[in-house]
Write a protein that binds this ligand. Structure first.
Ligand SMILES: [Zn+2]
Length: 211
C-alpha cells in the first residue's frame, strides 16, 4: 500500500514537473537568440511593408481608450495590405507559434504568427483576410513563408498577404511581460519615420499612439 502511494506520488511529481517545464518553455523562459542578433532590447523595429504602396489605408493605431480618432481601444497597429503584397518581419526572432482563431461574422478566420524576440517580448502578426470561407484561411496559410522554429531577420519575407475584402488587414501586436505599450519605443528612428509617413498619407494630423 505504502509502495503504491510512493509510486503515485512520484508520477504526480513527474507530471507536474513536465507541465511546469512546458509552461516555462511556452512563456519563453528558456529562450535564447544564441548570438543571431542583439536581443537585449527591442529598439530597432521596422515596419511590416516593403513599400508604402503595398498599403491601402490607415484606420487604427495604438490607443488605450476610446479617446482617439478611431473611437475605440486598440492595443496594436493595423496594416491594410494589398492582395499579394509581401509581409516582412519587423524585428528578428524565432517563429514561436502559428495560432488559428475562429470567430463570428464576416471576419471569421484569423491566423496569427507569433515571433519571439527575447525572453520577455513577442510580436504577433494576426492575419485577418476578412472571410467566412475556410478555404480562404487555408489559402492564406499556404502563403506563409515560415514555419514554427524558423529564425528570421528584420526584413525577411514571412508571408504574402491574402486580401479577401477591403477590410482585410494584419493586426500587429507587441507583448512585453504580458503587457502592451505604445509601439513607439520599439521602433528604430527610421522605422518610426516610415510608419508616421504612412499614417500621414491618410491622416496628416494623427499620432501613432493615444492614451
Ligand atoms: Zn487591430
Amino acid at each position: 500500500m505504502k509502495k503504491a502511494l510512493i509510486i503515485i506520488l512520484l508520477i504526480v511529481i513527474v507530471i507536474v514537473g513536465l507541465f511546469s517545464t512546458y509552461l516555462l518553455y511556452k512563456l519563453g523562459f528558456f529562450f535564447s537568440a544564441e548570438g543571431r542578433y542583439d536581443d537585449t532590447n527591442l529598439n530597432y523595429m521596422n515596419v511590416l511593408f516593403e513599400n508604402k504602396s503595398d498599403i491601402n489605408a490607415f484606420n487604427e493605431g495604438y490607443s488605450e481608450s476610446a479617446s482617439c480618432p478611431w473611437g475605440f481601444e486598440h492595443n496594436g497597429l493595423d496594416y491594410f495590405f494589398n492582395n499579394g503584397s509581401n509581409v516582412i518581419a519587423a524585428a528578428p526572432g524565432q517563429i514561436w507559434e502559428i495560432e488559428n482563431h475562429e470567430g463570428e461574422g464576416n471576419n471569421k478566420y484569423h491566423v496569427r504568427i507569433w515571433i519571439r524576440f527575447n525572453k520577455s517580448t513577442v510580436l504577433g502578426y494576426n492575419f485577418e483576410p476578412w472571410t467566412t470561407k475556410e478555404a480562404d484561411k487555408n489559402k492564406q496559410i499556404s502563403m506563409f513563408k515560415v514555419k514554427v522554429g524558423d529564425w528570421v531577420q528584420e526584413g525577411d519575407v514571412i508571408a504574402e498577404f491574402l486580401q479577401c475584402n477591403e477590410s482585410a488587414h494584419i493586426h500587429f501586436d507587441i507583448i512585453e511581460n504580458e503587457n502592451r505599450y505604445c509601439p513607439k519605443k520599439y521602433f528604430s528612428p527610421d522605422g518610426y519615420n516610415l510608419i508616421m509617413e504612412l499614417i500621414h498619407v491618410y491622416h496628416p494630423t494623427w499620432k501613432l499612439c493615444y492614451s
